[in-house]
Design a protein around this ligand. Structure first.
Ligand code: PMP
Length: 364
């Protein structure tokens, strides 16, 4: 396994799980080996305010900058193991950006080509980064899943049209949720030493929620509750709270990469085990972006902030002393031209959502 000479003491530091995620300090597997093992951050001020213990898993510390590095490694490894992806092949994916960024890194490190289809509503920072990483990017109109021009269907059809290409299908390929079942879930369980009352997060593909939720449910023997946090414009909150009625998708959100109009295969593996759902407005999410920066020094994106708002609400529902974990999906760098721009906030009608004393941070 190790091709580089290491001192015996260092060699002992190299611990890997059977699936290749590094569990200690030296990643011998380049990009792939350095994904995961993110810290669990105790959110001090929010914990003190609520009398609960609230933690955010620092997924922005992954080498590609987001939680989706785990899924990217998972779907590529699965395709390689099944023999679908061959040397020199092309990986095609439909993504809001973060999975694409993870895939672009994995592809560079393994010599594959990477082609990304994404809705043209996503931030310029993500498109620029994908191109800098050598991916070919097709921004396409943001149309509903039912429309054949949806970015996912375009990715699938494109993969069919070129030789030696695969569509990694992150929404319905359960290798995505499995990546969280074998990495994110066990890490959270170990970091909390099994003392975790609630886990809550938003979903795009459902991979994180399903994979982590399943692992925690099994390990805690159903004691840990798993909740969904959902933004405006998603049908999942009403699906969960109505006992399984799927409504038409309406509205939109400033959050990127989360919210969903259907039950993806990844989510379907766990949807009946979700304890409940909390709907979070854009006003609360944007305000928390600024609050986390001001009080915790954390510069995170809007989905992370939404998750933290939801974690606070869940902890308050569960009562004093409860221990709740969520995920900090990525950094704000990916959205700063929007989230920290006065003009953009005004156009979205969110200027007043930011508390007066925090307005000094919108400097763009
Ligand atoms: N937050 C961000 C910023 C994302 O890009 C995504 C993935 N699209 C998620 C959260 C949701 O993760 P998952 O796909 O595992 O549900």
């Amino acid at each position: 396994m190790l091709r580089i000479p290491l001192l015996p003491t260092l060699r002992r530091e190299v611990l890997r799980t059977s699936r290749g995620y590094t569990t200690n300090r030296i990643a011998v597997d380049g990009f792939t080996g350095s994904v995961g093992n993110t810290p669990l951050i105790y959110l001090k001020s929010l914990s003190e305010q609520t009398g609960c213990k609230i933690f955010g898993k620092a997924e922005f510390q992954n080498p590609g900058g987001s939680i989706k590095d785990r899924a990217a490694v998972g779907v590529v490894r699965d395709a390689e193991e099944k023999g679908f992806l061959k040397p020199g092949g092309t990986v095609v994916e439909g993504t809001a950006g973060n999975t694409g960024i993870g895939l672009a890194h994995v592809c560079r490190s393994k010599g594959y080509k990477c082609v990304i289809f994404m809705p043209n509503t996503q931030s310029q920072e993500k498109i620029d980064l994908l191109r800098m990483l050598g991916a070919e990017v097709f921004p396409v109109p943001a149309v509903a899943y039912e429309n054949p021009q949806n970015y996912n269907h375009q990715a699938r059809e494109y993969a069919k049209s070129i030789p030696n290409a695969i569509w990694t299908d992150q929404f319905d390929n359960t290798a995505n949720a499995y990546a969280h079942y074998i990495s994110t879930g066990p890490e959270i369980w170990e970091q909390t030493q099994g003392e975790i009352d609630g886990f809550i997060c938003s979903t795009g593909t459902g991979g994180t929620l399903a994979g982590v939720g399943k692992y925690l449910k099994e390990k805690s023997k159903c004691k840990t509750q798993t909740w969904l946090a959902d933004p405006p414009g998603s049908v999942l909150h009403s699906y969960i709270t109505s006992g399984g009625k799927l409504t038409e998708r309406k509205g939109s959100s400033i959050t990127e990469g989360i919210g969903q109009g259907r039950i993806t295969h990844n989510l379907a593996t766990f949807v009946n085990d979700i304890t409940g759902s909390i709907h979070i407005s854009d006003e609360k999410s944007i305000s928390m972006v600024y609050q986390l920066l001001d009080t915790e020094g954390l510069y995170v994106g809007a989905s992370s902030a939404l998750n933290v708002v939801a974690a606070v609400e869940l902890a308050q529902m569960m009562g004093k002393g409860s221990k709740v974990v969520t995920v900090l999906c990525d950094g704000a760098y990916r959205y700063q031209s929007r989230l920290f721009s006065k003009k953009w906030l005004k156009a979205k009608g969110l200027e007043e959502a930011i508390p007066e004393h925090l307005k000094k941070y919108s400097v763009l």
